[in-house]
Design a protein around this ligand. Structure first.
Ligand code: FES
Length: 179
């Protein structure tokens, strides 16, 4: 008697346990499918949003400076200004640059950066002394950018140039020169 009274209750308990397990199974499957769907839909979207931040910046570019004939030969550099837009992730920055186009004679052409090689102050040409002068620590450079005095450790940086059909272009960024 004791045993037959016990078994039905035991059976009910097992059926109840089975129902809970099935619910849990359905929950797990639903959660799994949800995660898969989220991954399928979400990953491309995340990639789209994140890719600009990890995309490498393209910095090398030829900058047109116009006809070479516009730059006089002689002992005075000609200033040319341009801007470059840099994408850094989602940040867009427009930077301004100035260069000195120097044609000491008909055979030589240099395009120099106006950024001092000491601590990056901007140099300017002083025709009275025929020097570029950095205002911060009195660094001096000659017409072709060589250090004359002061703390600059090396000449003004120089751009690679090309002339095609009489048009002058420079390759950005400039290159460092040794003394
Ligand atoms: S930054 Fe030009 S001399 Fe110091």
């Amino acid at each position: 008697m004791h045993l037959s009274g016990y078994l039905p209750g035991s059976c009910t308990a097992n059926m109840s346990t089975y129902r809970i397990d099935r619910r849990d199974f359905v929950k797990v499957v639903t959660a799994f499918l949800g995660a898969v769907m989220t991954a399928i839909i979400g990953l491309p979207a995340i990639g789209y949003l994140v890719s600009p931040a990890v995309r490498s910046k393209e910095t090398d570019a030829w900058i047109p400076l116009g006809p070479l004939a516009d730059y006089p030969v002689g002992g005075t550099p000609t200033i040319f200004s341009f801007t470059r837009t840099v994408l850094n992730g989602w940040e867009k920055t427009v930077n301004s640059y100035k260069v000195f186009v120097v044609r000491p004679d008909n055979d030589r052409l240099l395009v120099l950066s106006n950024v001092c090689t000491h601590l990056s102050c901007l140099v300017s040409w002083h025709p009275d002394i025929q020097h570029y002068v950095s205002p911060c620590h009195d660094g001096h450079f000659d017409l072709v950018g060589r250090v004359l005095r002061g703390p600059p450790p090396r000449p003004l940086d120089e751009y690679t140039t090309k002339v095609e059909n009489g048009e002058l272009s420079i390759l950005f960024p400039p290159i460092k020169r040794g003394n």
